[in-house]
Design a protein around this ligand. Structure first.
Ligand code: NAD
Ligand code: USQ
Length: 404
């Protein structure tokens, strides 16, 4: 099966930018366990956002250094750790020249839509950090490793919710008797989602101008926490965000069910998105690395496995919670975001499957095991952090969880 333990990285050198984060940490271990030579680059910004806003992961995570040290003891594999900011060109160029990656996986961005909507400063920070960081990575490839394949995390949210089917990156249009295949129209729903749109345009240009090989992975909302490697030792545990700023829909609902907080459906709950299990995130990245894009091409994969509406998720979590003896309620909260609450949604996601992805499907077993996992840590839940903290219409917002 593509992306499983049987595949062998054969020493392929993979730099993982954002490797201390939720998707990046799981991916770093997945690849290291399979024989890829991994270097994590991270400026620990994500840990700092928690300190600034008074948030915390559900799970007690070890420091980046302790994680890597423990992984060395558990697996016998070395992961290189470089702490620094990819917006700092001196740092990034040294990291590139010393590690010489064959592939770079770029997770290293500010990834929360609500965070980007707190106020002007957070909007500007998000776009500066994300867009400039990506341009630096493009230049590092061009100048130091022109054969390096860039695997970049984008988002399904780049497309918004158009009233037509969503293709994988490009759409063929006939207009006034002529025909062309063009980038699919983008309609991001927050300054964060728009930062990914700007990245995609910059990468599309750089791929053509400098003959770089790029894969843009438009990922859906990720759920779950355990992967084969992160369960091997308590110091390898992954982060799990459930707060109103960084927590994502299904992960939040599972925590809410576990602690007896009503499930927070925003507005009508018809908002439909693509979702995937974190165990599929890591396999998708491996598949992308093993099957690189052509030089000069920006290939786009839609990286999700199933579509659900927010109401679907609430129903699934309620049913499984009830089976485990929990009393689960749902409330509709006035939607803090500006988004369609009832809409058409049909997004393609065949390219990763064509390359061998065999998805984990969200069923009883997965929700049950996630609920059981969360219940173990429920004493760490701070109920105050659950409420939505940022209103799109009211920006600037003084976030309830922020220090004055
Ligand atoms: P995360 O915040 O947990 O991890 C991102 C990591 O990048 C953090 O460790 C952070 O410290 C680091 N980082 C940020 N800016 C940096 C910089 N300038 N230099 C160096 N490191 C930097 O986020 P995540 O949930 O793991 O998401 C990873 C990527 O996947 C993001 O690009 C995100 O947009 C994308 N994505 C995530 C989801 C999801 O549901 N979590 C869904 C779709 C796409
Ligand atoms: N929602 C609720 N209740 C909640 C939380 C969210 O109804 O308690 C709704 C939101 O209004 C939205 C949907 O659920 O309609 C998804 O919200 P989310 O917070 O789970 O996801 P989103 O803000 O889109 O961002 C997350 C990641 C981001 C990634 C994106 C993928 O934080 O990094 O890019 O998922 S996607 O949604 O496909 O764009």
């Amino acid at each position: 099966v593509a992306g499983t333990a049987h595949s062998n990285g054969g020493g392929t050198r993979v730099m993982i930018i954002g490797g201390d984060g939720y998707c990046g940490w799981a991916t770093a271990l997945h690849l290291s366990a399979r024989g890829y030579n991994v270097c994590i680059v991270d400026n620990l910004a994500r840990r700092n956002y928690d300190l600034q806003l008074g948030l915390d992961t559900l799970t007690p995570i070890a420091s980046a250094h302790e994680r890597v040290r423990t992984w060395g003891e558990v697996s016998g594999q070395h992961i290189d750790l470089q702490i620094g900011d990819i917006c700092d060109w001196e740092f990034l160029s040294q990291a590139f020249q010393s590690f010489k990656p064959d592939a770079v996986v770029h997770f290293g961005e500010q990834r929360s839509a609500p965070y980007s909507m707190i106020d002007r400063q957070h909007a500007v920070y998000t776009q500066t950090n994300n867009v400039m960081g990506t341009i630096n990575v493009l230049y590092a490839i061009k100048e130091f490793n022109p054969d390096c394949h860039m695997v970049k995390l984008g988002t399904m949210g780049e497309y918004g919710t158009p009233n037509i089917d969503i293709e994988e990156g490009y759409i063929t249009i006939e207009h006034n008797g002529r025909k062309d295949t063009l980038p699919y129209p983008k309609q991001g729903g927050s300054f964060y989602h728009l930062s990914k749109v700007h990245d995609s345009h910059n990468m599309h240009f750089a791929a053509r101008a400098w003959k770089i090989a790029i894969t843009d992975l438009n990922q859906g909302v990720v759920y779950g926490v355990r992967t084969e490697e992160t369960v091997a030792h308590k110091a390898l545990i992954n982060r799990y965000d459930y707060d109103g700023i960084f927590g994502t829909a299904l992960n939040r609902f599972v925590v809410q069910a576990a602690v007896g907080h009503p499930l927070t459906v925003y507005g009508k709950g018809g908002q439909t998105r693509g979702f995937l299990d974190i165990r599929d995130t890591v396999r998708c990245i491996q598949i992308a690395i093993d099957n690189p894009a052509n030089k000069g091409e920006m290939r786009v994969f839609n990286q999700f496995t199933e579509q659900f509406s927010v109401n679907d998720l609430a129903r699934i979590v309620t049913a499984e919670g009830n089976r485990l003896g929990l009393n689960v309620e749902t409330i509709s909260i006035l939607n803090p975001r500006v988004e369609a609450e009832e809409h058409y949604y049909n997004a393609k996601c065949t390219k990763l499957r064509d390359l061998g992805l065999e998805p984990h499907i969200l069923g009883e077993a997965i929700v049950d095991s996630l609920l059981e996992f969360v219940i173990e840590y429920k004493d760490r839940v701070n109920m105050e952090l659950i409420k939505p903290a940022v209103d799109w219409r009211k920006s600037p917002t003084s976030v309830a969880t922020m220090s004055a």
